[in-house]
Write a protein that binds this ligand. Sequence first.
Ligand code: UT7
Length: 317
Amino acid sequence: MTYPGSRIVSLGHYQPSKILTNDDLAAMVDTSDEWIRTRVGIQTRRIAESDETVADMAAAAAEKALAASGLTPADIDTVVVATCSSADRSPNVACRVADRLGIPSPAAYDINTACSGFCYGLATVDHAIRAGASQRALVIGAEKLSAITDWTDRSTCVIFGDAAGAAVVVPAETPQSVGIGPVVWGSDPERSHAVRIEGWQPFIQQEGQQVFRWATTQLAPIAQEACRRAGVDPSELAGFVPHQANLRIIEAIARKLGAPNAVIARDIVESGNTSAASIPVALSKIIERREIPTGAPVLLFGFGGGLTYAGQVIRCP
Ligand code: UT7
């Protein structure tokens, strides 16, 4: 059976309990609370325990999203995990999550498009539901970036954090109830050197200024295109949830997008940059705080390593 589209019914998020402050970092490397706040906008980030895995965090977020949906593990037929920081190649994180939650036999795959991964995952699930290949899916973004951070490098260690966010996606039975708009996705492979996690025991490295320039000059028109394809004017957006890379990048894209009525996600302040987890975590918190009414249009927009990007307008669950 095919459907006119799909929609998100619920979200959930998980963050480790350990908080790392800017002052903690200033005791480790030559940095300061003032530099981090003004250049990146981060005040705190969460750090996983050494034995806590990407799959642990993904399963914890998925469990919450599933509980909020009213569905049971047996109802889920597809599990997608977006991550770039899982230590293991196989089994993939999606299979581990399915095992933890007792989801009997789902299609289970991981996606690695770094920070845009959640939006890529949401798009592939939306397409699978439209095609009749899936009926009830979990889409998860989960990262343990602390495990691939060089804690002696001040240009990267102040930025990243650990987290997981998850969404339950189901078919929209009628065109009126479609809740996930057309994806606008792509990449800029010529800039692939700008964010790197290379080799077997890697550290995340980046050309910060290059990514900053790219994000603040190239991405707003692509975000506007996602709105155009959904038939939503940016002025009608009730929410804008971009990847939480840097508060200055978020503010710059939001300004150029032109969404004066939108709640802008700024979870980077308390969570840092959590790559593929940043969008579902920020959205889950906005929904928890009831900041956006059910059914209102929200633009999700991921960008990062690859360099890759993807965005779509969703209807707030
Ligand atoms: O999510 C994945 C995609 N990644 C991104 O979106 C990251 C995008 N880029 C950025 O967010 C910013 O470029 C950074 C936050 C990474 C860096 O901020 P910036 O304003 O571009 O700083 P910068 O690299 O131009 O460095 C300015 C100065 C340098 O010192 P000098 O050469 O001017 O003396 C750095 O050495 O700041 C220095 N610096 C620091 N100082 C204190 C770099 N890191 C730090 C630090 N504390 N943590």
